[in-house]
Ligand binder design. Structure first.
Ligand SMILES: Nc1ncnc2c1ncn2[C@@H]1O[C@H](COP(=O)(O)OP(=O)(O)OP(=O)(O)O)[C@@H](O)[C@H]1O
Ligand code: SF4
Ligand SMILES: [Mg+2]
Length: 396
């Protein structure tokens, strides 16, 4: 493999470390044709997903009991501080693991594609899913393309066997590059990645990801490496493609304000767990976990212009040897002694499921869930989130 990591979506792409792992499953991955997908159908169902990475300090539980669903055409945001397990979790949705010895348990099913569970599948079977059904847009466009291969060839490879004949493939590559807003694409096919700007590279990676019109795209911080103006353009592009193609999108970000503007639902991750999951409007107006409240309170718009920005005091715990009780306890202003005895679970709170998504009314949303023991108290609590102004913040 070249120094660069090809974007998932290219048939030749593979994770560095997953080739040697995984128990061959009895059944083949034979996803249903794309045209059997209906908006609102459950596309992805994740149950109790656990990803443990062996390290010298002990196993790092990067994903610890993650349960969630994604519907066809839905945009799910995944937010959380650095190291909270967003990337490891989202890569596990595609069957990727950070190291060959990483242990994965739980279920990652694609009922919408006729796939029961991918967690034990070897890469050769996973590859049937990648590109055609699920694809990933990586975080860093500068290192994600092969530096010694021409742009046109790399996009053409992502077509797999969906288009036949050199002329037709060339036309389709040009069409894809035009679709992602690359100017004069016919003149760029012979360019090498170093001749492209960061924004152009990210557009190319998006073209690669959508080349086979997959049912689901996972975009892991797709704009972090880009400057602010380009970030907005790329996010806009991603969302317009998502709308036009009816693709489901998992959008990973550390920025709640970005996620809250574009996602139907948001999963808030903390220390390897989803601590709150709700439709975006509910999450913002009625957060039921102190960590979510703190994140909302730390948004720039949450304080007056002349007030200091709020921060969440302290730091997340290392993901080694954690018990079943609340991982946010050391930073939580609502902590009580009983919290230290209470094994947390993601439980339904608040309004019943079934309300329409504010962005895509055809979608019915699932219930609001929180891991906080005191979630019922938060329904009536003062809206001001329990954060501390930056100049007063101290770890408990
Ligand atoms: N290859 C690895 N070996 C050891 N630990 C790892 C490895 N990859 C990830 N981790 C650990 O797993 C945990 C979750 O990492 P992950 O990359 O998913 O976090 P993240 O939420 O995506 O953070 P960021 O916002 O910085 O991208 C972290 O504690 C990280 O150190
Ligand atoms: S369970 Fe207790 S410590 Fe944890 S977030 Fe809720 S109130 Fe805070
Ligand atoms: Mg990450």
């Amino acid at each position: 493999m070249s120094a660069a990591t090809p974007a998932l979506g290219q048939p030749g792409s593979r994770p560095d470390s997953t080739e040697q792992v995984g128990t061959p499953a009895a059944e083949e991955v034979v996803p249903a044709p794309a045209d059997r997908r209906e908006p609102g159908d459950v596309l992805l169902e994740v149950r109790d997903l656990r990803v443990s990475i062996p390290t010298a300090a002990g196993p790092v539980h990067a994903a610890d009991g993650v349960t969630l669903t994604l519907r066809q055409g839905e945009v799910l945001g995944v937010v959380g501080e650095t190291g909270s397990g967003k990337s490891v979790t989202c890569r596990a949705l595609l069957g990727l693991r950070p190291t060959p010895r990483t242990e994965v348990s739980g279920t990652v099913a694609y009922p919408g594609l006729g796939v029961d569970d991918i967690t034990g599948l070897p890469p050769r079977r996973l590859r049937r899913l990648w590109g055609r059904h699920v694809a990933m847009i990586p975080q860093n466009p500068m290192t994600s393309l092969d530096p010694v291969r021409r742009i046109g060839d790399q996009v053409a490879e992502a077509l797999g066997d969906t288009v036949h004949g050199a002329a037709a493939r060339r036309e389709r590559v040009i069409e894809l590059l035009r679709q992602v807003g690359l100017p004069a694409p016919e003149r760029r096919l012979d360019a090498f990645p170093h001749q492209f700007s960061g924004g152009m590279l990210q557009r190319t990676l998006i073209a690669i990801a959508i080349a086979q019109n997959p049912a689901m795209l996972v975009a892991d911080e797709p704009t972090t490496a880009l400057d602010v103006l380009i970030q907005d353009q790329i996010l806009g592009l991603l969302l317009s493609l998502q709308r036009d193609l009816g693709t489901s999108l998992v959008l990973v970000s550390h920025d709640l304000s970005v996620v809250s503007q574009v996602c139907d639902r948001v999963a808030v991750m903390y220390a390897g767990q989803v601590v709150e999951l709700a439709d975006t409007a509910t999450l913002l107006s009625s957060p039921r976990h102190p960590y979510t409240r703190a994140l909302i309170g730390a948004l720039p718009g949450a304080v007056a212009r002349d007030e200091p920005l709020r921060v969440i005091p302290g730091a997340p715990p290392p993901l080694v040897g954690l018990g079943p009780t609340c991982r946010f306890a050391a930073r939580c202003e609502l902590h009580e002694a009983a919290c230290d005895e209470w094994p947390t679970e993601l439980l339904p709170v608040g309004a019943p499921a079934g309300s329409p998504s504010p962005f895509r009314p055809a979608l019915r949303l699932v219930s609001h869930q929180s891991r906080c023991r005191r979630a019922p108290d938060l329904a009536t609590a003062d809206a001001a989130p329990p954060t501390t102004p930056k100049d007063q913040g101290e770890q408990r």
